[in-house]
Write a protein that binds this ligand. Structure first.
Ligand SMILES: Nc1ncnc2c1ncn2[C@@H]1O[C@H](COP(=O)(O)OP(=O)(O)OP(=O)(O)O)[C@@H](O)[C@H]1O
Ligand SMILES: [Mg+2]
Length: 312
C-alpha cells in the first residue's frame, strides 16, 4: 500500500498534510484520497490497462479479466470505482472497452515514485502550461513534479513540433507524454550542473521530479540590471550549446529567477546541435529573448552578435 497525501498550504510542507477537495480531472492530478484508498485489484487493473493499451485502443472487459485473473463482477465493481475517480474511461463503440486516462496514469506514476521513496507527499499546484501541470511535492526536501500532458487537445500540434513523437499507436498520448518526460529528464541530466537548470531527481512514466525553484518566472520580474541578466542567460544558452543542447522554446516564461539568478526550465522539446535546423532554432531562441528584453527594458542587443557568442 502506498501513501500519497496532498497539502493545502505551501507554508508548512513538513506537517499537517490535509486532503484538498479536487473537482476537475482534465488537468488535475487525481485525488490523493483515492490514490491512498486504492485497492490492490484496482492497482492491478490500472497496470493491466497500461500494458494492454499498447495493443488495444479500448481494452475489452474479458481481456482485463483474463489478464488479472479476477471475476467479471469484481472487474466490473473495481472499474466502476476507477471511472468514478477519473482514472479510467469506457467506450461502447465498436465494442465495450476500457482505457486509462491521465488520472490513471498519474496514479501509476505517483505510486511508483512513492514506492521508490522519490516523493512522500504531493503539494499545491504551482504551474500549468499547454502540455503539463506542475506540483510542489515532498521528497528529501521540497521538490517539483511535472506531469507531462502531451495529447488530447495538443497532440496534433505536438506531433508537428516534435520530431521524436511516435507516428502511430493505439494510445499516442500515453507514449508521447512518457517520451516527453524522458526527454526532459535527459536534458536536465545532461546539463546540470554546468547550465543553470533544475536538478533532476527522478523520472517515471510521464513525470519528472526535479528541484523546486523558489522564484518567479522572468516575465513577472522587474529587473534592476536587465543587461547583466540577459548576458547571464546568454552564457547559459552558450554553455548548453557547448554540451550539444538547444532549448528550442526559450522565452521569458521558461526562465525562473531564484535569488537573482536565472534558471532555465521546460526542456522536453530540446534539440541536438547536430540537427540540420540547429542554427535556425538557436537563432529563434535568442531572438525571443532579445525581443523580450527590448520590449520591456529597451535593451538593444545585436542578434547576430548574440548568436555568434552562443555558437562560439
Ligand atoms: N522546477 C520548478 N520549480 C518551480 N516551478 C516550476 C518548476 N518547473 C516548472 N515550474 C512552474 O510550472 C510552470 C510550467 O512549467 P513548464 O514551463 O516546465 O511547462 P509548460 O509551460 O507546460 O510547457 P509548455 O511551455 O509546453 O506549455 C512554469 O512556468 C513554472 O512556473
Ligand atoms: Mg513553459
Amino acid at each position: 500500500m502506498f501513501k500519497v497525501v496532498i497539502k493545502c498550504s505551501t507554508a508548512d510542507i513538513r506537517s499537517d498534510f490535509i486532503v484538498c477537495h479536487i473537482t476537475t480531472v482534465a488537468t488535475m492530478v487525481v485525488s490523493p484520497e483515492h490514490i491512498r484508498t486504492l485497492h490492490r485489484y484496482e492497482k492491478a487493473i490500472l497496470a493491466t490497462l497500461e500494458r494492454l493499451m499498447k495493443r488495444y485502443e479500448w481494452v475489452p472487459l474479458e481481456t482485463i479479466q483474463q489478464a488479472t485473473g479476477l471475476s467479471e463482477s469484481e472487474v466490473n465493481y473495481r472499474i466502476s470505482r476507477l471511472m468514478e475517480w477519473g482514472m479510467v474511461r469506457f467506450n461502447a463503440v465498436p465494442y465495450d472497452g476500457y482505457a486509462l486516462v491521465f488520472g490513471g496514469y498519474d496514479t501509476l506514476a505517483l505510486a511508483t515514485l512513492t514506492r521508490k521513496g522519490t516523493i512522500s507527499a504531493l503539494g499545491a499546484k504551482i504551474g500549468e502550461g499547454k502540455e503539463s501541470v506542475v506540483y510542489e511535492a515532498l521528497g528529501l526536501g521540497p521538490v517539483a513534479i511535472k506531469f507531462h500532458r502531451v495529447g488530447g487537445r495538443s497532440f496534433s500540434s505536438a506531433r508537428v513540433n516534435r520530431e521524436y513523437m511516435p507516428d502511430s499507436g493505439n494510445c499516442p498520448w500515453l507514449l508521447a507524454s512518457r517520451l516527453s518526460a524522458e526527454r526532459e529528464y535527459a536534458a536536465l541530466a545532461l546539463l546540470h550542473p554546468n547550465v543553470s537548470v533544475p536538478l533532476p531527481i527522478g523520472q517515471n512514466r510521464h513525470t519528472v521530479v526535479m528541484s523546486l525553484i523558489d522564484g518567479p518566472n522572468l516575465n513577472r520580474c522587474l529587473l534592476e540590471e536587465p543587461v547583466a541578466m540577459l548576458e547571464e542567460i546568454l552564457t547559459h544558452v552558450h554553455a548548453a550549446y557547448t554540451l550539444g543542447v538547444i532549448h528550442a522554446d526559450l522565452s521569458e516564461f521558461n526562465i525562473l529567477i531564484e535569488d537573482g539568478r536565472p534558471v532555465i526550465i521546460d526542456w522536453p522539446q530540446w534539440m541536438e546541435t547536430s540537427h540540420q535546423n540547429a542554427k535556425t532554432l538557436v537563432t529563434r531562441d535568442i531572438t525571443n529573448l532579445l525581443t523580450y528584453f527590448k520590449r520591456k527594458y529597451k535593451v538593444d542587443y545585436d542578434c547576430g552578435d548574440a548568436v555568434r557568442c552562443v555558437i562560439g
